[in-house]
Design a protein around this ligand. Structure first.
Ligand SMILES: [Zn+2]
Ligand SMILES: [Zn+2]
Length: 355
């Protein structure tokens, strides 16, 4: 026997607030097939045996009439607008779409592709967050699948615009699907580069540097040539070259290595071009306008194709590299800084191709 108040809260969330998380195909009057709602609930351990009868009981027992049921459909009484009804407009999709699911469904997806099951359509999203919140309904470590929707569309798969969060398709054969491994954040920036998902994808990430203490302002120390605009370039060092940047949190003084051409990027990580400079040879960087010493730092990174990295590097030296290393062998890094004192922004403060 379920706690009807709990069940009612869950259904309110599903119907009124986040139907996309449950992959509900809500029509323009807010109706959803009961079977679809039950199916979505059954994927959650807590509601694994909820039945249509329970829904009727829930409605009867509640003092306030929150839901209505009519010929195998259910809807909430909405205050004003219906959230994210599905419009189903046949349309060319964005190049890439995402789908969140549970690890336990992967085997069958590999075999059959993405199929609608109890729904009319396969549900996809334009952003990774939505796919993630859908996946989290089924699994605490969901799988995010990336759909090559451009190619699928060109080869005749039909897509429909659902609403701002949801794209639909009849089905997606597995050849257009790949597992999304997360943003390719180089390991040394993990946990400190806060990726901006709107500007980032599999190959490009953009984000802002955050200290683990939460502070966004850093003092900077570098080994580099500096031009008249304050931009940094590779500098001669001993019998070779160096370009090195460290950031020190203005709040807690934690230090982070941001870039070392001897270690990072394709040439650094794979070929070991460049020479690492010791800490005491780094120089403090000051704003070229106000000599301020505190900066906000934004970083853009472009990585090489993972498969190509595996083919060219991992397969050549399997004892030395693993496929996951591709994030450290990035092709290009671009850093912008903003002076916290005068507000001057230097775009392309560092703009360095690393391969
Ligand atoms: Zn800090
Ligand atoms: Zn300044």
């Amino acid at each position: 026997m379920y706690d009807m108040a709990d069940l009612s809260r869950e259904i309110a969330y599903a119907l009124r607030h986040a139907p996309w998380e449950y992959e509900l195909e809500m029509d323009e009057d807010g109706w959803v097939p009961i079977q679809q709602l039950l199916d979505a609930l059954h994927r959650d351990k807590r509601w694994i045996t909820v039945s249509e009868k329970d829904l009727h009981n829930m409605i009867e027992q509640s003092e306030k009439k929150r839901y209505e049921i009519k010929s195998k459909m259910i809807r909430a009484f909405y205050g004003h607008s219906i959230p994210m009804k599905i419009v189903k407009e046949a349309k060319m999709p964005p190049d890439t779409l995402y789908h969140g699911t549970a690890r336990r469904f992967l085997e069958s997806i590999k075999e059959k592709g993405l199929i609608p099951q109890s729904r009319q359509y396969v549900h996809l999203s334009q952003d990774i967050e939505t796919a993630e919140s859908v996946g989290l309904r089924h699994d605490n470590k969901p799988c995010i699948l990336k759909i090559n929707s451009k190619k699928a569309w060109e080869e005749g798969i039909r897509f429909y615009y659902g609403n701002e969060k949801v794209w639909l398709a009849d089905e997606i054969p597995y050849k257009y699907v790949e597992e999304w491994n997360g943003y390719p954040v180089p390991r040394h920036l993990e946990g400190i580069l806060q990726v901006d998902s709107k500007k980032s994808n599999n190959f490009n990430i953009e984000g802002k540097l955050h200290c683990r203490c939460g502070c966004e302002k850093f003092r900077i120390r570098t080994f580099s040539e500096q031009d008249k605009n304050g931009c940094l370039h590779v500098s001669e060092y001993q019998n070779g070259y160096s370009l090195m940047i460290k950031a020190e949190c203005c709040n807690c003084n934690d230090r982070y290595l941001i870039f070392d051409m001897a270690e990072h990027g394709y040439n650094g990580f794979v070929c070991h071009d460049g020479i690492t400079v010791s800490d005491n040879e780094l120089k403090g960087y000051g704003c070229n306008k106000c000599n301020g010493q505190s900066f906000e730092i934004e970083i853009g990174i472009e990585v090489e194709d993972r498969e190509q990295f595996i083919e060219e590097v991992v397969e050549e030296e399997p004892d030395k590299y693993v496929p996951e290393d591709y994030v450290d062998a990035f092709d290009w890094i671009c850093i912008s800084i903003k002076c916290s004192e005068c507000g001057q922004v230097i775009n392309d403060w560092v703009d360095f191709e690393t391969s």
